[in-house]
Write a protein that binds this ligand. Structure first.
Ligand SMILES: [Zn+2]
Length: 184
C-alpha cells in the first residue's frame, strides 16, 4: 500500500497542508497533473496521511479540491509578498471551522480521530487547520514556491540561512543539479 501511494503521490513535503497541494504536479508546467482524479484517489491519499475514511463521494472530492486550490493560492500570494484573496481565506476558514477531528495519543503516536457522521469533512478540517497554522504562523515569511522546472509547489523553507529553493532535494533539487551538470 505504502509503495503504491508513493508511486501515485508526492508524500515528501514536511508540511501536511503543502503535501496536500502537491496532489497537483507540475503546476508551473504546460500540463499540470491532477493526481486526485477521482474519489478513490482522495480516499487513498487521506489513508496515507493518517486520515482514513471509508467513503469519499464526488461532492467530497469537489470540496477537497476547492480547499486545496484555496491553500495553494493563499500560499503563493504570501510567498510573493502579497495579500491572499478574501474569498480564498473565507473558503479556508469555513473548512477549518467545519471539522470535528480530535487529536489523540495512541501507542505513543499522535493520531486524528474523525467522527462517524462527517469523516471527510473532519479530515479536510485537519488539512485546513494545518494550513492556517503555517500560513498565519511565525514562519509565514518562509513559505515559498519551488523553483524546480515547472514545479511551483509550496514548501516551508526551514533552512537556517533561509535559502532553500526547491520543494524537495530528492526531486526538484536533483533535477536542477543534473541539468546544470549536463549544461557544463
Ligand atoms: Zn518542486
Amino acid at each position: 500500500m505504502t509503495g503504491d501511494v508513493r508511486r501515485v503521490f508526492r508524500m515528501d513535503n514536511e508540511v501536511l497542508a503543502f503535501r496536500f497541494t502537491a496532489t497537483v504536479s507540475g503546476r508551473a508546467g504546460l500540463t499540470p497533473g491532477e493526481r486526485l482524479a477521482d474519489p478513490a484517489r482522495l480516499k487513498m491519499w487521506l489513508a496515507a496521511t493518517g486520515l482514513g475514511v471509508t467513503d469519499v463521494s464526488p461532492k467530497d472530492l469537489k470540496g477537497a479540491v476547492a480547499l486545496r486550490e484555496a491553500i495553494y493560492r493563499i500560499g503563493s500570494a504570501i510567498a510573493a509578498g502579497g495579500q491572499p484573496e478574501s474569498e480564498d481565506v473565507r473558503t479556508l476558514n469555513t473548512m477549518a471551522a467545519a471539522g470535528h477531528a480530535k487529536a489523540a495519543l495512541e501507542h505513543g503516536h499522535a493520531v486524528w480521530r474523525l467522527t462517524e457522521t462527517t469523516p471527510v469533512r473532519d479530515a479536510l478540517g485537519v488539512l485546513a487547520t494545518d494550513a492556517v497554522r503555517v500560513l498565519g504562523g511565525p514562519d509565514r515569511d518562509r513559505v515559498k514556491n519551488c523553483e524546480g522546472p515547472g514545479c511551483a509547489g509550496l514548501f516551508l523553507d526551514t533552512s537556517r540561512a533561509a535559502n532553500r529553493r526547491w520543494c524537495s532535494m530528492n526531486t526538484c533539487g536533483n533535477k536542477v543539479k543534473k541539468s546544470r551538470i549536463s549544461a557544463r
